[in-house]
Design a protein around this ligand. Structure first.
Ligand SMILES: [Zn+2]
Length: 317
């Protein structure tokens, strides 16, 4: 288990930064309370929690890069021990990004797979895929990018996505780990860092003075710098994100911007669930009418909503 500081704050945020000399943008993500809130609402095996924690970091990185008012969704789907992992992000209108997530899996199959010491991403099995969706509401077209889930880690799979779909030179690190507190209490920490060539340069910059090796050398040097970051640094709530960015890139002319706050939130409600039930086909509604109670659990936050058939289908939502 990663050694983590036990005295950490509960701040959740993304710090955007820029390496002026290189036309490169970057982000540091630190999730403390948010990761704990999302993960401890469920009772998943640790390997699934790590994957969920890393997925939260990836979505925080990408969601805060988009300029839109809708929901940004990451879905992993497979036919392995884990069948679905989903995380989403939506700005709340006051500059705070709201996030949530869940996984669906076969517990026995997860434990069997882990005995074989496969990497967590392989829990999704062969032929799995990753989908990014931007949902801007019913009147707007949904944008979706789907790529095969490749690589040994979620970070590698995400890099594949950037190469195939975005063609923007990108490198990133993701980390998530449990933090054991006195009294057996468990919190989670998740963090990451990404650097990306800016799209305005068309992804890859043209070599100056006709030197074809120029950019590759610079880019490789930055990649190596980023790879020197330890998971423990990414997960340490005592290191503020500015310090982390300066520590890595102080020789590159790093400029930091305002941090973007994040928090756990799930927009589910009794009214929304009732609306959903009343929108079901008649056959489903008739079947539920014969039940004593109707229990609906929110996949994302695990909140349970209990209705009598009378409440569910007759009363106005
Ligand atoms: Zn919910």
């Amino acid at each position: 288990m990663t050694e983590l500081s036990t005295h950490s704050d509960t701040v959740d945020h993304v710090l955007p930064f820029r390496l002026d000399g290189h036309n490169i943008n970057g982000r540091v993500v630190q999730l403390n309370d948010l990761a704990t809130q999302v993960i401890t609402r469920h009772d998943y095996p640790e390997a699934v929690n790590r994957l969920l924690g890393e997925a939260l970091v990836l979505v925080a990185m990408l969601g805060t890069m988009l300029k839109f008012d809708g929901r940004f969704i990451l879905q992993l789907h497979g036919k392995g021990a884990v069948s679905t992992l989903m995380v989403d992000y939506a700005p709340d209108g006051d500059g705070v990004g709201e996030m949530r997530g869940f996984a669906q899996f076969d517990e026995a199959a997860v434990h069997q797979a882990l005995k074989d010491e496969i990497p967590p991403i392989a829990l999704l099995g062969d032929g799995s895929h990753m989908a990014f969706t931007v949902d801007q509401g019913a009147d707007m077209e949904r944008y979706q990018g789907i790529v095969p889930l490749e690589g040994e880690t979620l970070a590698e799979a995400a890099l594949e996505y950037f190469q195939r779909s975005e063609q923007i030179a990108t490198t990133l690190k993701l980390a998530a780990a449990p933090l054991l507190l006195a009294g057996g209490k468990v919190e989670w920490r998740a963090g990451g860092i990404v650097v990306q060539q800016t799209a305005t340069t068309g992804g890859i910059e043209l070599p100056p003075e006709g030197d074809p090796d120029y950019i590759d050398e610079e880019w490789n040097r930055l990649k190596i710098l980023l790879e020197t970051t330890q998971d423990s640094e990414l997960l340490d709530g005592e290191i503020d994100p500015q310090t982390l960015a300066f520590r890595l890139f102080h020789e590159e002319g790093v400029r930091v911007f305002d941090t973007r706050p994040l928090r756990f939130a799930c927009p589910c409600s009794r009214e929304r669930v009732q609306n959903m039930l009343q929108g079901l086909p008649d056959t489903d509604q008739n079947e539920m009418q014969s039940q004593e109670t109707i229990e609906i659990n929110c996949d994302f936050c695990n909140e349970q909503y209990v209705f009598s058939p009378q409440e569910a289908f007759v009363a106005a939502p």
